[in-house]
Design a protein around this ligand. Sequence first.
Ligand code: FES
Length: 164
Amino acid sequence: MSKMCECVEKKIREEVREIMKPYKQEKDNLIQILNEIQEKYGYIPKAAQMEVSEYLGVPMAEIYGVITFYARFTLEPKGKYNVSVCLGTACFVKGSQAILDRLKERLKLEEGKTSEDGKFSIDTTRCVGACGIAPVFTVNDEVYGHATVKKLDEVLDELEKNEK
Ligand code: FES
């Protein structure tokens, strides 16, 4: 990922200060603040982490640890199409791992990563509440049930076609 320009960094730090204003400078507020940042930017930029670290007095390494521990936090922006495969039990036993493997192979991306052109990213989830139609993958808010590798290929073909 290219280095962020200083003015963008400054803007993010100012915005994050605003977000944190209602919160007391207590470590207990870390998750809630990170939630708000993730919501606003779609990821947790480095500049935001620095601002949170200073405000709450929590070391950067600890903030990084929290971000990487929780699946809902990401360190880089998601793609225009965030393709997420459910690895919850119902989906897993019905073969969702093969769908994830195909997705990674096809997009040449690892889980949690975004393509350089910003079009696609890969995620995994633990149950999206659609176990009745397992296995499931999603593209942004759209849920695809009874998924197969073939179906994934068709959906990706379609998305790629739209992008041409
Ligand atoms: S386990 Fe995948 S939707 Fe519930």
